[in-house]
Design a protein around this ligand. Structure first.
Ligand code: ZN
Length: 98
């Protein structure tokens, strides 16, 4: 993990975004910003990133990635389903165009 969150680096309350790998490595986690934006994000995208951060904190990134890959595996072609619209970009392309 060598990539910092492109969204939260602008919102980070204590400026540690370039010193830590995950927001939960910060003393301020979870901050109001996480809680506020995770609710909005979940409402819009059906996905709660604060829950994901807590799962990564608890079980590690490798476990989380394996879980997500399994959960989002397309039953039809085996590719990864989009977490936002629940469509497979490999075999459900027609649906995306509609
Ligand atoms: Zn597919």
């Amino acid at each position: 993990m060598n990539k910092n969150c492109s969204f939260f680096k602008q919102k980070c309350e204590n400026g540690k975004i370039y010193e830590i790998d995950y927001c939960f490595d910060c003393d301020l986690f979870p901050s109001k910003i996480h809680e506020q934006y995770s609710k909005k994000y979940e409402k819009r995208n059906g996905y709660n990133f604060l829950d994901s951060l807590n799962l990564i904190k608890k079980n590690g990134a490798d476990w989380f990635i394996a879980e997500v890959e399994e959960k989002l595996k397309c039953e039809n072609c085996g590719d990864t389903i989009c977490i936002h619209n629940k469509l497979c970009y490999s075999c459900n392309r027609d649906k995306l165009i509609e």
